[in-house]
Design a protein around this ligand. Structure first.
Ligand code: THU
Length: 130
């Protein structure tokens, strides 16, 4: 089972009554664990929280911190890239060369690295003067 399969499976549980755009995400960690996430919307903030953020929160909740692979899937005409906020969240826990696989329900895929998705990203180095 690929990580994209995990993302496809968990997408079934997405809660997206406002956008009707269900997203599933799965991340694999350095320990080999797979964490899954979905988007969860609410009436006050209809954009809700992204699937990638949900998977990252699940990973952090058990104390894991290192992403080695990510997959995200939606029923879209083309593979959906993580939003800007999620790119920064991913970059917090994934190295520059980590592969992000984006998929559609009809089988299209696109792979990009974290560095390609977020060039010039803000890192802790930018806070170090000297
Ligand atoms: N969404 C995600 O979960 N991940 C993405 O990468 C893009 C957008 C969700 C947020 C919202 O629930 C819906 O898709 C429409 O923006």
């Amino acid at each position: 089972m690929s990580l994209l399969d995990d993302a496809r499976d968990v997408r079934e549980n997405a809660y997206a009554p406002y956008s009707n755009f269900a997203v599933g995400a799965a991340i694999k960690t350095a320990q080999g664990t797979v964490f899954k996430g979905i988007n969860v919307e609410n009436v006050a903030y209809p954009e809700g929280t992204c699937a990638e953020a949900g998977a990252i929160a699940a990973m952090c909740a058990v104390g894991e911190r290192e992403i080695v692979e990510i997959a995200v899937i939606a029923d879209a005409p083309a593979p959906v890239p993580p939003c800007g906020g999620c790119r920064q969240k991913i970059a917090e826990f994934a190295g520059a060369d980590v592969v992000v696989t984006m998929g559609t329900m009809d089988g299209q895929t696109l792979t990009m690295t974290v560095a390609e998705l977020l060039p010039g990203r803000f890192t802790a180095d930018h806070m170090a003067k000297s």
